[in-house]
Design a protein around this ligand. Structure first.
Ligand SMILES: Cc1ncc(COP(=O)(O)O)c(C=O)c1O
Length: 410
């Protein structure tokens, strides 16, 4: 993979684009978009646009076919054979809320336990807090150890009580970069009759994900973090579970028949897609999946391992840098750090003056920052268009931060 060549495929970052001099290191928040995705969406609007499912005219049929084709592309990317198991949603947050409100409210009760971890994004914490409070079930936690790995003994201990109904955890941490042992977690949970929901927001864009092999019960991800448009995402759920779950939202498209008193639900996946769907976003999401498959997910992962290792080594050359999480070979392309006592927001602002876009704050993971004893961290995250030269500019700019704050070693 040649990230310099790939960068040219992203109009905003290309040598003609408005971001040609920007070092974009915030792909964990949202990735940039390749021309292939933008072209697919534009072509849909210019050639095939109409509402889906309802029309008998040719344009509506073409629009419906574009929507169905997007689902086939997304399903193929995740190796899911049954299209009814692929629900289009707006983002990971909506996917997790769908499971919490639909499956959770119907299946959880007093004495039941939902297990999450200390490293979750707020979108895999707050829905469970709400649903546990409503159902009288209890939220329990896997801790994070000093190297940023999940304490699996906590999971064993909790599963042994026989009360755990669901284990919901991230595939890859958006702060620590930790790639969690999700196969082991699925096997342990299933051995005790618990279901598993994986928050794949940081997994799907960066690692090969084969949902047939993984055997998780639910998998959630956001299209906008994997080269697709904002407003696109997926909830994968096993058919038997989705069929038994009540709808999350009611309205048009998700019904088979409506009377004034009651309704019958449509088959999957329509049952969970009420109202006019975001068809152009789905088309872009499908094109993004094709684009990533074309690059090869294994090659993307290798590239990120290599660049993360390089960044790790270069950053550690700077005195007073503290990096959170496991060593590079166990993480995705995310490095959260602090530079001495300089506040992460100051670091990000100075880097911005040098045209480097990183994120600063708690990255929607306040409990994890509390666990780490931090108010905030700076976070650089890498993707297919980032090169070693980007890392060099990051490190040079961090030297400038040190000199501005007159820290030793500048
Ligand atoms: C691990 C993780 N989970 C969930 C989310 C939420 O994603 P979205 O805002 O697209 O719903 C994010 C976003 O940063 C994330 O990193």
């Amino acid at each position: 993979m040649d990230p310099v060549e790939i960068r040219e495929q992203f109009p905003l970052l290309s040598s003609h684009g408005v971001g040609r001099s920007v070092v974009y290191l915030d792909s964990a928040a949202s990735s940039q978009k390749p021309a292939a995705v933008l072209d697919a969406m534009r072509s849909y609007y210019e050639n095939d646009y109409a509402n889906v499912h309802r029309g008998v005219y040719a344009l509506a049929e073409r629009s419906t076919e574009a929507y169905d084709n997007a689902r086939r592309q997304v399903a193929a990317f995740f190796n899911v054979a049954d299209l009814g198991e692929v629900i289009f949603v707006r983002n990971t947050t909506e996917a997790i809320n769908l499971v919490a409100y639909s499956w959770g409210l119907a299946n959880l009760g007093v004495g039941d336990v939902v297990v999450i971890s200390e490293m979750e994004h707020h979108s895999n914490i707050v829905p469970w807090q709400i649903v546990c409070a409503r159902t009288g079930s209890r939220l329990e936690f896997m801790r994070v150890d000093g190297s940023g790995r999940l304490v699996l003994e906590d999971l064993d201990r909790l599963l042994a009580t026989g009360r755990v109904r669901l284990v919901a955890t991230c595939h890859v941490s958006n702060v620590l970069g930790t790639v969690n042992p999700v196969e082991t977690i699925v096997a342990k949970a299933h051995a005790h009759g618990a279901l598993v929901l994986l928050d794949g927001a940081q997994g799907a864009p960066h690692l090969p994900v084969d949902l047939s092999a993984l055997r998780a019960d639910f998998y959630a991800c956001s299209g906008h973090k994997m080269c697709g448009p904002m407003g696109s995402g997926m909830l994968f759920g096993r058919r038997a579970l989705l069929e038994a779950m009540p709808p999350f939202l009611g309205g048009g498209d998700m019904i088979r028949q409506v009377t004034l008193r009651d309704s019958l639900w449509a088959d999957l996946p329509a049952k969970f897609e009420a109202g006019t769907p975001s068809v152009a976003d789905a088309v872009g999401f499908g094109a993004a999946c094709e684009y990533l498959s074309g690059l090869g997910m294994q090659a993307i992962h290798q590239h990120e391992l290599e660049i993360t290792r390089y960044a790790w080594e270069q950053l550690l050359e700077l005195p007073d840098i503290e990096i959170y999480g496991p060593p590079p070979e166990e993480r995705g392309g995310v490095i959260a750090f602090n530079s001495g006592d300089v506040h992460a927001h100051d670091v990000a602002s100075i880097l911005d003056e040098d045209g480097i876009a990183i994120r600063a704050g708690h990255h929607c993971a306040q409990p994890l920052h509390e666990r780490l004893g931090l108010a905030a961290s700076a976070r650089a995250s890498f993707y297919v268009y980032n090169s070693r030269a980007d890392v060099d500019r990051l490190v040079d700019s961090l030297r400038r931060v040190r000199s501005i704050f007159a820290l030793p070693g500048a």
